[in-house]
Write a protein that binds this ligand. Structure first.
Ligand SMILES: NC(=O)c1ccc[n+]([C@@H]2O[C@H](COP(=O)([O-])OP(=O)(O)OC[C@H]3O[C@@H](n4cnc5c(N)ncnc54)[C@H](O)[C@@H]3O)[C@@H](O)[C@H]2O)c1
Ligand SMILES: N[C@H](CO)Cc1c[nH]c[nH+]1
Ligand SMILES: [Zn+2]
Length: 432
């Protein structure tokens, strides 16, 4: 049975934090395993990546090319059925439109001291995009990763995706070509992240690694951060549904299971404003699990990391939601717009009864690569912003230099950095 918590009871916040802190790594020393893989890839390069790919994905690769004759993107893409291509094209165009709207503008202005100021956005040179592929295949994640990178103007887009047993889904191959990957390697897990960060075999290191993955991938990105940039910790999927008596229990149950089916480590939480609804949703979850082809891992996730929280009112529900800081938050309530301002920490919010989270996974156009494990407290989902960075710009001119010099000289003196002061005074003859 999923965990039960009551927000009206004393000790609720502590119990909730305790639940959220529980290990979702299924008893493995994920950090230790990942550290060993990264170390080995740094030492042995392509040979180590090929060895781990043989071990975890049962695919033999040539260590010097990290390719296999059996995984040819063009040939595999040709097998993608026409109706699926159409769906991918549809999603591609909506994702492109959403992310084009995110393009930030350069800005220049002159302040009252006569100093010209501003900033300019420039694209990253190279990115590695991780497309998960262990338990399911994710053509949608190909689009979510690559489309914003391409729109931002990134020239080198290196896609990695595991191909277990040499199987790569035709839709993944088609989406990679459609979106514009410039390199592709059929590798996954921590070894792929290490190869992107440090280089291995034919792969030259990239500047930033983005994309979702399981606990090993998320931990590997965390460990290589600093050598390269990363987007966020986008690990096993999560959903939080806040529902009131106007919600349909079958719909809510379906939404909870839509994320539980990703991974036994996934997290599904219901905050209900109506106790009867909570009971009905739990019953519906049990019924739906019996007929779900992915029911085994969804059940494992629901039993280990599922919770039903009863809350007395919207403010208390929002208080709990902001502690949970879930990847996805659905507001299945009568007036979601009234509650939206109270939700401060979430990767993505879905408003009303007719916006199942799965629409955002595929086709609303917003990005589905989103922070998990409470990272929504301090980071956002993937966007065009991840593929650009901001440079500040300033020009003083004689008038601006004269206006700023006295304070700059005084600060240089206080910091005991006389060369700093001289670089100013040499232009103004103001001493220092
Ligand atoms: N947060 C997001 O934005 C988002 C989006 C899409 C998917 N996801 C998540 O992505 C994940 C996909 O997971 P997946 O497993 O299907 O594919 P994956 O590609 O993330 O992981 C597969 C790889 O994991 C590695 N691995 C598996 N078991 C291992 C072990 N015991 N030791 C070392 N390495 C091991 C292997 O190298 C394998 O290639 C799911 O958790 C899903 O919820 C998250
Ligand atoms: N829900 C996932 C993000 O947690 C994204 C996804 C892709 N395909 C289906 N779902
Ligand atoms: Zn999903």
């Amino acid at each position: 049975m999923a965990r039960h918590l009551n927000a009206s009871e004393p000790g609720f916040e502590e119990a909730l934090r305790h639940f959220l802190d529980e290990d979702r790594g299924q008893g493995e020393d994920v950090a230790g395993i990942v550290a060993a893989i990264i170390k080995d890839v740094r030492q042995r390069g392509g040979a180590a990546v090929a060895d781990y790919t043989a071990k975890f994905d049962r695919l033999q690769l040539d260590p010097s090319t990290l390719q296999s004759d059996n995984v040819n993107l063009d040939l595999i893409a040709a097998e993608c059925p026409a109706d699926l291509r159409e769906a991918i094209d549809f999603a591609h165009d909506r994702i492109a439109a959403y992310h084009t709207a995110q393009r930030p503008a350069d800005h220049r202005f002159t302040d009252s001291a006569g100093v010209e100021l501003g900033w300019r956005w420039t694209a990253l040179d190279s990115v590695g995009v991780y497309v998960p592929g262990g338990r399911a295949s994710y053509p949608s994640s190909v689009l979510m990763n690559i489309v914003p990178a391409r729109i931002a103007g990134v020239e080198r887009i290196v896609m990695v995706a595991p191909a277990p047993d040499g199987e790569l889904a035709p839709a993944v191959a088609y989406a990679a070509l459609k979106a514009g990957a410039t390199e592709f390697y059929p590798i996954g897990g921590a070894q792929a992240v290490a190869a992107l960060a440090y280089g291995a075999g034919p792969i030259a290191p990239v500047d930033k690694i983005v994309g979702p993955g399981n606990a090993f991938v998320a931990e590997a990105k965390r460990q290589v951060f600093g050598k390269v940039g990363i987007d966020t910790i986008a690990g096993p999927s999560e959903i939080l549904v806040i529902a009131d008596a106007t919600a349909n229990p079958d719909w809510v149950a379906a939404d909870l299971l839509s994320q539980a089916e990703h991974d036994p480590s996934s997290q599904s939480i219901l905050i209900t404003l109506d106790a009867a609804l909570g009971a009905a949703v739990e019953k519906a979850v049990d019924n739906q699990l019996n007929s779900l082809p992915t029911g085994e891992r969804a059940r494992e996730a629901w039993l280990a990391h599922g919770a039903v929280i009863t809350a007395p009112d919207a403010a208390t529900a929002a208080f709990a939601a902001n502690i949970i800081a879930a990847e996805h938050v659905e507001l299945c309530i009568e007036d979601p717009d009234a509650m939206l301002p109270l939700i401060r920490h979430a990767g993505a919010v879905f408003l009303g009864h007719h916006t199942p989270e799965a629409l955002g996974d595929y086709v609303t156009g917003s990005n589905h690569v989103l922070p998990t494990s409470r990272a929504a407290r301090f980071s956002s989902g993937l966007g065009l912003y991840d593929f650009v960075k901001r440079m500040s710009i300033q020009r003083a001119g004689p008038q601006g230099l004269a206006a700023l010099a006295p304070a700059a000289l005084r600060l240089a003196e206080a910091e005991r950095l006389p060369a700093h002061g001289r670089s100013v005074s040499i232009r103004t003859n103001q001493g220092g």
